[in-house]
Design a protein around this ligand. Structure first.
Ligand code: GUN
Ligand code: ZN
Length: 424
């Protein structure tokens, strides 16, 4: 059955940070949807016809749904935990919370709530770290599949430097990851990410296993953390004394490449930047987390100039908001502190097509091109009285987007569609 979703439609075909001609905007637009996919996008007058079911979201904006390329599923109750920087925060709050995800009932219950939060905030695809327990990834994939929602996820591999309840072993992490890949990678819209948590919590034997999995499953993503915090870097280098630098550890085990997502990537050496560019590895900027944990200021322009593709993500629960709008807000401020600018068009491109490109998935998600999934977010720049007051003086699309970027959150998300189905 076909359906017309009507509103003020915005779609990017190039990166505003690089190219002048970068988006299409239909003030009186519509998206024609069939079986969860986009058939056409354009002027309402060109797409409407008698008998076609129509949902009218005017005067709201319709964009491709947000993509969150770095988030921790078992940390949905860790968000807003007081007082610590990365390593203390992990030990005090995070590992104990993740230990609970060995229980399949807890994991299943939380998986539904996790997806509810994502879609309430306009996010239609996420790349998620699960706990070290196979059950946690099973639960997340099953819940996402039931909603026909594209999820990229993996159980974390971690065999040391945490608490026994979240430790696996090199062999069990290989076996569980492989079993999850066999049952979920490529099932419907589900994809697997091989997920060594970070070098501190993986022995050399485990990183070797992660490298083997990566070679055996070239279609899978790889996700981990890199150079988030100074103490983390010092501890890491003490554990891997032969490595030239932090990135070299992952490189040594064959974990770099175009499908590799390196969360944070803040305190990088020139050699690491050059090697990330050479291997096509992606950096992922996590602004609310980097501020909350006092980690540091991401160098977006520097990495772009070096030829590195970056994503932008929430990193809940180190991150403090599920909202990609709030993520863009804090991202704007971090870049201000670095003397860099995040223009609203570049910001909304980043959270949609930009993140899809970082994942190598721009043919399926992140744009409104015909053939893409009908994953959409409907945004209301007048969602609160304060936003409405400000929006009264917005004189351009860019200004309206900037109100959303700085003041918006889930209240500004009027609707979210996953594969053509409304979620709110
Ligand atoms: N490094 C290793 N694990 C984590 C995590 O769960 N959150 C953050 N922010 N950094 C990490
Ligand atoms: Zn993280």
């Amino acid at each position: 059955m076909q359906q017309l979703i009507r509103g003020r439609v915005l779609d990017f075909f190039a990166d505003p940070a690089k190219t002048q001609d970068n988006h299409r905007f239909w003030e009186n637009g519509a998206i024609l949807v069939e079986n969860g996919r986009i058939l056409a996008v354009g002027d309402h007058a060109d797409l409407s016809r008698d008998g076609l079911e129509e949902i009218d979201h005017r005067p709201h904006l319709i964009l491709p749904g947000f993509i969150d390329p770095h988030i921790h599923f078992p940390q949905l109750q860790v968000i807003a935990s007081w007082g610590a920087q990365l390593l203390d925060w992990l030990n005090t709050y995070t590992f104990p919370a993740e230990a609970q995800f060995s229980d399949p009932d807890h994991a299943a219950h939380m998986a539904g709530l996790f997806l509810d939060q994502l879609t309430a905030h306009g996010t239609t695809t996420a790349v998620a770290f699960c706990s070290s327990h196979r059950t946690s990834a099973e639960a997340l994939f099953a819940a996402a599949q039931a909603r026909n929602m594209a999820m990229i996820a993996g159980k974390v591999m971690m065999d040391r430097n945490a608490i026994p309840a979240v430790h696996d072993t090199p062999q069990s992490s290989y076996d569980d990851s492989k079993a999850l890949i066999d049952s979920w990678h490529g099932q419907g819209r589900q994809r697997y990410a091989i997920t060594p948590r970070f070098a501190i919590t993986s022995s050399p034997e485990q990183l070797e296993m992660a490298g083997t999995l990566t070679r055996e499953n070239p279609g899978c993503h790889v996700q981990t953390h890199l150079s988030e915090n100074r103490d983390e870097i010092d501890f890491t280098l003490s554990l891997y004394p032969q490595a030239r630098d932090y990135l070299d550890i992952y490189d040594h085990y064959g974990l770099l490449g175009q499908r590799t997502l390196l969360g944070h990537s803040i305190h990088l050496e020139p050699r690491e930047i050059a090697r990330m560019a050479e291997t096509g590895s992606r950096a992922v900027f996590c602004p609310t987390s980097n501020l909350f944990l006092g980690s540091g200021l991401f160098d977006a322009d520097g990495l772009r100039a070096a030829g590195i593709t970056s994503g932008i993500a929430t990193d809940v629960g180190g991150g403090t908001s599920w909202s990609m709008l709030q993520t863009l807000n804090e991202g704007y401020k971090i870049l201000q502190l670095r003397g860099q600018k995040l223009h609203p068009l570049a910001a909304f491109h980043w959270a949609t097509r930009g993140n899809a490109i970082a994942l190598g998935m721009e043919a399926e998600i992140g744009t409104l091109a015909p053939g893409s999934a009908a994953d959409l977010v409907v945004l209301d720049a007048r969602a609160t009285s304060a936003m409405a007051l400000r929006a009264e003086r917005a004189e351009s699309l860019a200004e309206e987007l900037f109100v959303l970027q700085i003041m918006g959150d889930d209240r500004a998300v009027a609707q979210t569609y996953v594969a053509g189905k409304p979620q709110k």
